[in-house]
Design a protein around this ligand. Structure first.
Ligand code: MTE
Length: 342
């Protein structure tokens, strides 16, 4: 995304340095006794030497891994256990977009390890009869947790298959008795400049006006696919993936999946979402995955799947309408022009 940094944004997504690559490169540099500062950005095509290390887990520098993820108890949702292959856990944990920690794919992993999720408070308010505030334990214990394998497609053109743990947003919304006038659901990420370096510096945080905000139409929020995730790969979420709770809307581009949520507000007017606010000609409110509607600066017809092996191996596949979830969600948009409402 990175739209304020013209030079970097003009690179193709495939040319951006991945986190795994970055860590491997850093580890190699350490072995060679070189500092990072001594090496300029290396486009993937020229990075052959570093590729030698990219499949070797021991080559990655994990010394900064301080955050402890807890094991979760959950059931498996049979309908959503069939997706193959899953993206390896290490890549889900180390290749991220979370601009509050920096705009690089490696930054959320590198700078998120000290993030504090306890205590946490998530408030659900606005047009509801029973507003509530949930603490960290409520998030993990109050609702039954399910495992669901979902596709995740980033608007930048890469994708993953992720075994999420969570509960449906509908379960939570039903528990607060949504009022009849409510039409939209607004989400807000924690604003804490002490903990999130990108919020304290516009240079580091991609010139976003924090807190990061997102929204869904109420019927999208109530769709049985829409999850509030509290974990992945059997354990609670890591900070870089949006601990302790984040949104997962698998038929939409990944930027709708707001992380580290502290407030959910029911409203009657369509709220502005962060990326639409920054560049409304590039990012819309709906953000439904759609191979027929290109981003103004790149095609959305195909995507680079991040699976086993070198992340630059470029396993490209065709983008699926609604990311493959059309049976469940196409009816929500039957009267909407998806080209205008991107
Ligand atoms: N939420 C917040 N608060 N800040 C962000 O920068 N990035 C979004 C989304 N949620 C983002 C966010 C984008 S662009 C994507 S693609 C997904 O998180 C990435 O999720 P992942 O890093 O867990 O794969």
């Amino acid at each position: 995304m990175l739209i304020k940094k013209t030079k970097k944004s003009q690179l193709k997504e495939s040319q951006l340095t991945s986190e795994t690559h970055y860590l491997d490169r850093r580890s190699l540099l350490k072995k060679l006794g070189l500092g990072l500062a001594s090496l300029p950005f290396i486009p993937s095509a020229q990075a052959g030497l570093f590729d030698l290390f990219s499949n070797d887990p021991s080559a990655a520098d994990n010394s900064g891994l301080i955050f402890q993820r807890e094991k979760l108890t959950y059931s498996s949702h049979p309908r959503y256990q069939l997706l193959k292959p899953l993206t390896p856990e290490k890549k889900i944990l180390q290749y991220n977009n979370f601009y509050e920690f920096g705009t690089g794919k490696a930054d959320p992993f590198e700078y998120g390890q000290q993030f504090k999720v306890k205590p946490w408070s998530l408030t659900i308010d606005g047009l509801v009869d029973k507003p509530i505030t949930l603490n960290y334990e409520d998030l993990l214990k109050r609702f039954d947790i399910e495992e669901r394998f979902y596709r995740m497609r980033c608007v930048e053109g890469w994708s993953m298959n992720i075994p999420w743990l969570g509960f449906t947003l509908a379960t939570l919304l039903k528990s607060v008795s949504v009022q009849s006038g409510a039409k939209y659901v607004h989400f807000e990420t924690l604003h804490d400049e002490q903990q999130m370096r990108g919020q304290a510096s516009r240079r580091i945080g991609g010139s976003i006006d924090y807190p990061y905000v997102e929204a869904l139409r109420l019927d999208e929020a109530m769709n049985p696919l829409t999850l509030l995730s509290v974990g992945l790969y059997g354990k609670t979420l890591a900070p870089q993936n949006g601990a302790p709770i984040r949104l997962v809307v698998p038929w939409k581009y990944g930027f709708k999946g707001i992380k580290s949520i502290v407030r959910i507000t029911l409203t009657d007017k369509q709220p502005l979402n962060t990326w639409k606010k920054i560049a409304h000609s590039e990012y819309g409110f709906y953000a439904n995955v759609n191979p027929n509607v290109d981003h103004p600066r790149w095609s959305q017809a195909s995507e680079r799947f991040i699976g086993e092996g070198n992340v630059f191996a470029q396993t490209r596949k065709d983008t699926l309408m609604f990311n493959g979830y059309g049976d469940e969600v196409a009816h929500l948009y039957k009267n909407l022009d998806l080209t205008r409402n991107y």
